[in-house]
Design a protein around this ligand. Structure first.
Ligand SMILES: C[S@@+](CC[C@H](N)C(=O)[O-])C[C@H]1O[C@@H](n2cnc3c(N)ncnc32)[C@H](O)[C@@H]1O
Ligand code: SF4
Length: 308
């Protein structure tokens, strides 16, 4: 590709780790929400790009010699689900036509923007090729969600998850360990218990695959949570407290569907201890690993290796 053939990116871009090998296409820039912990808006003014500009980038990708190896495509940025349905549908359909071996399109999706779309809209997106939505739950505790200005409630997450599942869009949800900060035992306990209750409540009664991941709080400069930390109004949890919180979450998982295929991961760059397994079938294995980490600090990731 020559210079004029470059796909446009507004850096830094935001994508899930699992979309690292996907073709990334900038559909939106930044985010319409302002969660206290998030960097999505720090250097960007929110924008939904013009359909023709996005199509131009898809055309460039399709002309590349690698186009036949594109199997996954992710529409950037922090919350592309905010895009009006007609536009999102048109671009998903266009992408699926352009890449012969494209299997799925993915987006980040704030719960409120899922809820704003009708069941028919979501089904149309799914039929067109949008097959996975990454939703930031962060917590099942309404008190904590309000504290960090998430702009969504536990009930929103339950309803949004059910809508996605009804449309056959895979749910991949993330929580943040340590979100309530240190010296806040009751907030941490509620965070763990309510998050597990949320996961228990959205568990489908079939064997479809869905994903739950735990990240551990990072405090990036420029965020509201960073400013609070600088003013000594917020203190980060240590690795021990974070593992205890995660332990309580795992202990509280209790699915009525014993054949559920909930893939659990806590192996992000921000995590102290890499964990993964199936919920709740691998519950005792995961709990044993957490207990081992609690007793052996030396196996935990050193603070300076943690990243977002
Ligand atoms: C770029 S955001 C997109 C999520 C989507 N906009 C939503 O709100 O549903 C991806 C996820 O990264 C995680 N994340 C963002 N900032 C973080 C931080 N400072 N520490 C740990 N995790 C963070 C949160 O779980 C967040 O939902
Ligand atoms: S977590 Fe999601 S909704 Fe909140 S600011 Fe970041 S990208 Fe936007």
């Amino acid at each position: 590709m020559d210079n004029q053939e470059k796909i446009y990116y507004c850096d830094p871009v935001f994508r899930p780790p699992s979309e690292g090998n996907s073709l990334l296409i900038q559909l939106t820039e930044g985010c319409t929400y302002h969660c206290d912990f998030c960097m999505s808006n720090l250097r960007k003014n929110f924008k939904i790009r013009l359909v023709d500009d996005v199509k131009r980038d898809l055309d460039i990708g399709a002309r590349s010699k690698y186009s036949s190896s594109v199997r996954k495509l992710f529409f950037l940025d922090g919350n592309a689900m905010v895009t009006p349905i007609e536009k999102l549908l048109e671009l998903t359909t266009y992408a699926m036509k352009k890449f012969p071996n494209l299997e799925r399109v993915g987006v980040y999706a704030h719960a409120k923007d899922i809820l704003k779309k009708s069941d028919d809209d979501l089904k149309a997106l799914s039929d067109a090729g949008l097959k996975i939505a990454y939703v930031g739950f962060e917590s099942g505790s309404d008190e904590l969600l309000e504290m960090v200005h998430k702009n969504a409630t536990k009930m929103d997450f339950i309803n949004a998850s059910k809508k996605l599942m009804k449309a056959d869009i895979i749910l991949s949800a993330t929580f943040i360990n340590g979100l309530g900060g240190a010296d806040n035992e009751s907030v941490s306990k509620t965070h763990a218990l309510e998050s597990a209750d949320l996961v228990n409540k959205i568990c489908p009664d079939d064997e479809r695959i869905w994903y739950i991941a735990f990240l551990s709080l990072m405090v990036p400069p420029g965020t509201v949570i960073y400013e609070k930390k600088m003013r000594n109004e917020f203190k980060e949890m240590n690795s021990y407290e974070i593992l205890l919180e995660l332990k309580l979450f795992i202990e509280t998982i209790n699915f009525t569907n014993k054949f559920a295929n909930c893939i659990f991961r806590s192996n992000h760059a921000s995590n102290y201890l890499a964990l993964s397994g199936l919920l709740e079938r691998d519950k005792s294995k995961i709990l044993n690993q957490i207990d081992y980490g609690l007793k052996n600090k030396s196996i935990l990731k050193p603070e300076h290796y943690r990243a977002l």
